[in-house]
Design a protein around this ligand. Structure first.
Ligand code: DOR
Ligand code: ZN
Ligand code: ZN
Length: 420
């Protein structure tokens, strides 16, 4: 075996002291004892699959003052995320094959972790063409950063049908533009008033009706009233973010907490948490949406929506595990296995044939999240000074990338869907 990683490994839903044998970047064998040209021993530390963050905005091309594939992916790597799925609301938006290929070129030359690229859905897009190279399609039902708003689903009936035929996932930002109020906002409560719970729930209802044949994925579910619409619906998958689980309007975040869908009240947050424990959400993803501090220092009403989170996604969830609020299997399923399954990636599990993306974690060694030590270009975090558990080591396809919390490997990111 080229490389053997030994530790307390998460295999088939449980921990085992064993060895992961790696050849050509893939897991070739999992066994109690293995010989290797190189052996890395991690003792009783946990060896977990690298996480897949299925919802990030890396802002390239067009908004690289906020982030780019280099900084965004470096942040991902330090947070144990070895694959990111990147959203199409860039400039230009990723709605044509040439824009998708251009973005793929940029990402291939700059990304440190593997990636997949979403294509944006709007009238007239070449769905079959895009489906061959994109990891999925993204539909924006309400206005937010970028120009991909589709307020009336009738305008994309044909395209939705084509996505269904393509077999690709349709990921949806579900907020009903017609229920959005446009009053002046002064604080998080004001932002919430403009985007009430019903705004989300109604959008979920509408898209479920309009996309019955699709593999529908509801992004960043935030409202209690949406929960009954996604539970027990086998055809629909869903995602929750750390910020909707951990933060609410009572916090003193000001514009830093301004996101879409909005942070809600405590009882919504608690309902999401309970739903997470009951198995409702398939995926926990960051919706990493960096904006510069200058932009966030505008008056509340003008400040853009979105917060960074790709680097803190895994550390915050592992902290919940350590504090016994979340079972580790529930975290692994939503951070690794399900995103891999839903988006058809060869990642997210320690099993033969899967990419050897691994993170090594010691749950007893936590630290405080410090915004100035994170790697996103935006330089701030809503989680500053909160406890988190960062991985000690991270491997991408068998290559050591982070050791003792420091970057060691060279840039090696590529499209997780393989060469076009
Ligand atoms: O808060 C948000 N920010 N929500 C979105 O849907 C988009 C994102 C962004 O790209 O800034
Ligand atoms: Zn969104
Ligand atoms: Zn988003």
């Amino acid at each position: 075996m080229e490389l053997v990683v030994e530790g307390n490994c998460y295999v088939s839903g449980r921990f085992e002291r064993c060895c992961v044998g790696i050849e050509d970047g893939r897991i070739a064998q999992v066994a109690k004892v293995l010989d290797g040209d190189r052996v890395m021993r991690f003792g009783s530390k946990l060896v977990l699959p690298g996480a897949i963050d299925s919802h990030v905005h890396f802002r390239e091309p067009g908004m690289t003052r906020k982030e780019d594939f280099g900084t965004g992916s470096l942040a991902a790597l330090h947070g144990g995320v070895t694959c990111v799925l990147e959203m199409p609301n860039t400039t230009p938006p990723t709605t044509t094959l040439s824009a998708l290929r251009e973005k793929k070129k940029l990402a291939s030359s700059k990304s440190i972790v593997d990636f997949g690229l979403f294509a944006g859905l709007r009238p007239g897009v070449d769905v079959p063409g895009l489906a061959k190279e994109a990891v999925g399609f993204k539909l924006y039902m309400a206005s937010t950063t970028g120009e991909l708003l589709i307020p009336d689903l009738d305008d994309v009936r044909v395209e939705i049908a084509a996505v269904a035929r393509s077999g690709r996932v349709l990921a949806v930002h579900a907020e009903d533009e017609s229920l959005r109020r446009k009053e002046v906002e002064r604080d998080l409560e004001g932002h919430l008033r403009n985007r009430p719970n019903e705004c989300e729930a109604n959008a979920v209802r509408k898209i479920k009706n309009a996309a019955k044949e699709c593999r529908l994925h509801i992004c960043h579910v935030s409202a209690k009233s949406s929960l009954q619409l996604i539970t027990n619906d086998k055809g629909v998958t869903s995602e929750v973010t750390p910020h909707h689980l951990l933060l609410d309007t009572a916090g003193k975040l000001g514009t830093l907490g301004k996101v879409n869908p909005p942070l809600r009240r405590r009882d919504d947050r608690q309902a999401l948490f309970q739903a997470l424990k009951n198995g409702t959400f398939d995926i926990i993803a960051s919706d990493h949406a960096p904006h510069t501090m200058d932009e966030k220092q505008e008056d509340f009403d003008y400040a853009p929506s979105g917060m960074p989170g790709v680097e803190t996604l895994v550390p915050l969830m592992l902290q919940l595990v350590r504090d016994r609020h979340l079972a580790i299997g529930d975290a692994m399923r939503r951070l690794c296995e399900r995103p891999g399954e839903i988006f058809g990636l060869n990642k997210g599990r320690i099993a033969v044939g899967f990419d050897a993306d691994l993170m090594v974690v010691d749950l007893m060694e936590g630290s405080l999240i410090k915004a100035d030590r994170l790697h996103s270009k935006c330089g701030w975090s809503a989680y500053d000074d909160m406890p988190g558990i960062f991985p000690k080591a991270v491997l991408l396809r068998g290559q050591m990338m982070i050791e003792d919390g420091h970057q060691v490997g060279e840039r090696a990111g590529r499209d997780a869907r393989g060469p076009a």
